[in-house]
Design a protein around this ligand. Structure first.
Ligand code: ZN
Length: 86
């Protein structure tokens, strides 16, 4: 007779890990990426931003305005490549 209650329990009891994109004020250096200008080698550090040009420290690359250009040589964002650390 218990079979009648076979409903709605398809969900796993396991806690599904939630991907937390935590935007804390403190810059997590371990998550800050660096992007290098392929034209001149200038490095954009997400932890440092580019305050002189209106990009606050801690600004992620994808949040850097499209019209931002390399302060050194004027290259556009697409001329930058992420620096990978292995
Ligand atoms: Zn440059």
């Amino acid at each position: 007779m218990l079979r009648r209650y076979r409903s709605g329990r398809a969900f796993s009891e396991r806690a599904v890990p939630t991907i937390v994109f935590h935007c804390s004020d403190a810059t997590d250096v371990s998550e800050a990426a660096q992007w290098m200008c392929l034209i001149c080698g200038w490095i954009y550090d997400e932890a440092l931003g580019d305050p002189e040009h209106g990009v606050a420290p801690g600004t992620r690359w994808e949040d850097v305005p499209m019209n931002w250009t390399c302060p050194e040589c004027g290259a556009r964002k697409e001329s930058f490549e992420k620096i990978q650390f292995d």
